[in-house]
Design a protein. Structure first.
Lengths: 161, 756
């Protein structure tokens, strides 16, 4: 089968890959780059487990061809922390118990990260809207909303290194 | 009690792995030289398999093997292992299919794409048979027979009775009869069922899988594949949700193992979301008849319940759901007289089984709806009628169970206070309440495990770090953290001193796993016992070293070994452990613990209780429901992990509200019409109400540190409370789940024409 060259920057690292044109972005991340933090749970862009940030926007990587991301910059859950310094969202998720089985957590964090990129002080309602595309079967969302709100309220700002 | 670890808001021990994407689920497992597998599934609800030709599929490039039922040992398996007649399912069927989606053949190939392509090249000749989908139809004489020799398709029956029901009805001031229908529900674990099996030429099989019970899967695989139990290793480090769907042997596990044994290569099989909907088990739908007799002051005199469950094609855990719905139909009230008859009926639909609540959410919806109808008929207050009949500590359910701790009355008081604080509600709003209780692990041993129900091993190392080995399984509910907290508290160290080993049958002691809310109490007791044994060894050494007056007791708290009466006098835990290990010829300090319930009745050693209030708004023009508040007063004994507890509570509300009004599995001739996450409506972030919880602390004598069940039972009250909220908001009672906008709309129309 025909192959295409994909140049993509993921978590501040440049990659050049030869891929089948039908390869999905989530497949490039998981299968080619080994970034298995990004999950897949429906393949119909209904659950949000595969959410990553593409050029600043939250996207569902199961519903995007990798070639559509040619030349783009992608942030995945593996790129959130800086070494041992966790992102404020990650710390807040820990403090608020905003995960259980953890399978939706990566996507949830990336939707939250994108939301915060767009809006520094979203309302509670906007936070709910921001993660409305992400399904979680364990938590009932409220702990996740509290975790995100704690970050937007500035409770994790001063500790940032 | 003053605890140093329990009931403090600590991070889950697997939290960092989960928020950084490092947690490796079965879905993420890749082994060298691995193949991918896909399952061919039946398009018929009921058919004989006449012939399968796999030659075209085998010839496809990249295909390594195509196997059918003929390549299996043909063992009819089931999780009710003790009862041969209830072991009725061949995972890869040989002769007959009984539901749409049943596995017929399986392919291993170098890629998922090749395996998928091969499925189209398998030629199956079926002889379609008449099928039946509704339990009431399936029980009729002359209905299609789904299993040979099973008359009228009745798979299991259950009878529970105490008191004199007929006499009590004759004496009752008021008797009410109702029929209800409880729907099915899909578990929708975010990680679908999946397995990576690797069989090696030395006769050993390793299976990575997403499961709630590695021990069950080990035993069931060994049985169906003809292997020795301990030649099968099941590894499940992280499980992406379970909710009752992942403790029976499933098609991903069995088929990947079968292929790997044939090929001696690792084989990965991940179910698609569609397969997950159509061909994994689901909540048991029930047709429910209840007749209740009361005094005019609301005192409960007698109840009679009859249940017909849509069993689907196989027994699975449905037999347990049938018993539990009958038992929990009486909960949490004192019924002097009760009679229950349950019938589980085979149908040509996907098997129905365990799902969080396990028959109790159905029972609670039915029972709590009817109580509000009776209260309305008699002009009684819904809280008052419940208070009058509520279970209290040390109550005995005749012949079934003894309740020890029970904080139900206090829960009712707290909820009454909250309801009053809401004052006058705006129009079209209502508050409904529901009481519930649940078990803390089951007593029954239909699996016929020869082992203790839970076991634990605690090993204290030279640096004071503690290894805790448990067969209990963490599927996201946080049991590893809960057990680590129990271990740390008992041993007198900190949570960060504990390293938990679970999810690996080669390393961990057998344990029945995560279902029926059993782990906090059962694995918790085993862990506490193991930690106490290790602690005893440390304290013996410390006593010898400190030489206190022989009447003084020693204890360890927060890494400080001290005289209980003189806490300032003591030694560092680390120093004592170091020297103790040297003193024991260099052996680590090891404690063993186990737990099996004895003389605790028929059901469970302990019961949780609670009351939930749901405030909902109904749009009178469209019937659309909006959840405003869900407030719960909750008695789980001694809370252990408060963050986890809140998470369980809120998560249960989301799942149970979904059961109440959004989730449904409509079928046409046995075909599920919405097998995807677009058309199957889960509660999402914007749908969630505000949630509040009042913890009512009791001390459960049977539980570790007084703890009992705290997660599954919370799924019980929400649908019933919601139904009652809608009843109080609109005056219409919908007796069929889910309570969709459509049903409310038509019920309102009917009421309008009736009132006119």
């Amino acid at each position: 089968m025909e192959r295409k060259i994909l140049r993509i920057r993921v978590n501040n690292e440049d990659h050049e890959l030869y891929i089948k044109p039908k390869t999905l972005l989530v497949e490039v991340l998981r299968d080619h780059l080994g970034l298995t933090g990004t999950k897949r749970a429906c393949s119909t862009s209904a659950c949000g487990a595969c959410t990553v940030i593409l050029n600043g926007m939250a996207v569902k990587s199961c519903s995007i061809l990798a070639v559509q991301a040619d030349g783009a910059e992608v942030l995945t859950v593996e790129g959130l922390a800086n070494g041992a310094n966790l992102d404020p969202l990650q710390r807040s998720f820990l403090d608020h118990g905003a995960y259980q089985c953890g399978f939706c957590t990566s996507g949830m964090l990336m939707s939250a990260k994108a939301l915060l990129g767009e809006k520094a002080r979203p309302t509670r309602e906007e936070i709910r809207q921001g993660i409305h595309g992400n399904l979680c079967r364990c938590t009932g969302y409220n702990s996740i909303v509290r975790a995100i709100a704690a970050v937007t309220d500035g409770r994790y700002g001063e500790e940032r290194k | 009690m003053n605890y140093t670890v329990l009931n403090t808001p600590l991070h889950n021990i697997d939290g960092v792995a989960k928020v950084t994407g490092r947690a490796q689920y079965t879905f993420d497992v890749e082994l060298p030289n691995m193949l991918h597998a896909k399952i061919l599934r039946s398009p018929y609800a009921h058919a004989n398999i006449l012939h399968i030709d796999t030659s075209r599929a085998e010839a496809l490039t990249g295909v390594k093997a195509v196997l059918t039922g003929k390549d299996t040992l043909g063992i009819k398996q089931g999780i009710w292992r003790r009862y041969k007649e209830l072991c009725d399912e061949e995972i890869l069927t040989r002769a007959k299919v009984r539901y749409i989606g049943e596995p017929v053949a399986v392919v291993a190939a170098v890629s998922e794409d090749a395996a998928e392509e091969a499925l189209d090249l398998i030629d199956v000749e079926y002889e379609p048979l008449p099928a039946v989908f509704d339990p009431m139809e399936a029980m009729k004489q002359g209905a299609p027979q789904i299993h040979e020799g099973v008359e009228r398709n009745i798979n299991v029956t259950r009878h529970i009775e105490w008191g004199d029901v007929d006499e009590a009805f004759a004496k009752a001031d008021y008797v009410r009869e109702d029929w209800f229908r409880c729907s099915s529900q899909a578990h929708v674990c975010m990680e679908t069922h999946c397995a990576v099996a690797s069989y090696t030429p030395d006769g050993k099989l390793t299976v990575y899988t997403s499961t709630q019970s590695p021990y069950y899967i080990q035993v069931l695989l060994a049985w169906t594949l003809g292997l020795r139990e301990n030649d099968v290793r099941v590894i499940s480090k992280y499980t992406g949700g379970g909710f009752g769907s992942k403790f029976e042997l499933d098609s991903a596990q069995f088929c990947s193992a079968l292929l790997s044994m044939r090929l001696c290569r690792p084989v990965k099989l991940v179910l698609t979301r569609e397969e997950e909907f159509i061909a994994t088990k689901r909540r048991t739908p029930m047709v429910y008849y209840v007749k209740t007799g009361v005094r005019k002051d609301g005192t409960f005199l007698a109840k009679e319940a009859r249940v017909f469950t849509e069993g689907g094609a196989y027994t699975s855990m449905g037999a347990t759901a049938l018993y539990l719905t009958g038992f929990f139909q009486t909960f949490p009230y004192k019924w002097p007289n009760y009679r229950y008859d349950g019938y589980r009926v085979y149908t040509n639909t996907s098997p129905t089984s365990a799902m969080r609540g396990f028959g109790a959410p159905q029972a609670t919806f039915v029972g709590e709806s009817q109580i509000d109808l009776i209260a309305a008929d008699l002009g009684l207050d819904p809280i008052e009628i419940r208070r009058r009949n509520a279970m209290t500590p040390n109550y005995e359910v005749p012949g079934q169970a003894t309740i020890q701790s029970c904080g139900l009355l206090e829960c009712l008081d707290r909820i009454e206070g909250w309801v009053k604080s809401r004052g006058e509600l705006p129009p079209n709003r209502g508050i409904g309440i529901a009481c519930y209780g649940f078990m803390s692990g089951g007593i029954f041993n239909w699996f016929d495990s020869p082992y203790a129900f839970s076991s634990a091993l605690v090993k204290v190392n030279i640096d004071g770090k503690v290894d805790l080995f448990v067969g209990a399984q963490d599927m996201g509910q946080g049991s590893n953290t809960t057990l680590a907290m129990i271990c740390a508290e008992e041993l007198g160290v900190r949570l960060e001193d504990i390293r938990v080993h679970s999810g690996d049958t080669d390393v961990c002691p057998p344990d029945l796993g995560a279902w029926g809310s059993r782990q906090t109490l059962m694995a918790g007791n085993a862990t506490k016992m193991a930690a106490a044994e290790a602690k005893r060894q440390i304290l013996e050494f410390a006593a010898a070293k400190m030489g206190p007056n022989v009447v003084y007791d020693l204890d360890i708290k927060d890494r400080w070994i001290h005289l209980v009466a003189r806490p300032e006098r003591g030694l560092s835990y680390f120093d004592v452990v170091r020297e103790a290990i040297r003193g024991k010829e260099g052996q680590a300090i090891i404690g063993r613990g186990h737990y099996t319930p004895h003389r605790k009745g028929m059901i469970s050693p302990a019961y949780s209780f609670g009351v939930q209030a749901v405030e909902a708004e109904v749009d009178p023009d469209t019937g659309k429901i909006r959840l405003i508040n869900a407030v719960t007063a909750h008695d789980c004994g001694q809370p252990i992990n408060p963050l986890g507890l809140t998470g369980q509570l809120e998560g249960a509300i989301a799942m149970a509200a979904g059961y109440g009004f959004t989730e449904d599995l409509p079928m046409d001739e046995g075909k599920i019409l919405n097998p995807n996450l677009v058309d199957y409506k889960l509660i999402r972030a914007c749908d969630m109400p505000e949630t509040e919880v009042f913890e009512v602390e009791t001390h459960e004598p049977e539980g570790p540190f007084g703890a009992k069940e705290a997660g599954e039972g919370l799924t019980n009250p929400t649908a019933g409370a919601l139904a009652n909220a809608i009843f109080h908001a609109t005056g219409v009672s919908v007796k069929e789940l889910p309570i969709t906008s459509e049903k409310i709309f038509y019920a309102l129309k009917e009421k309008e024409s009736h009132d006119r």
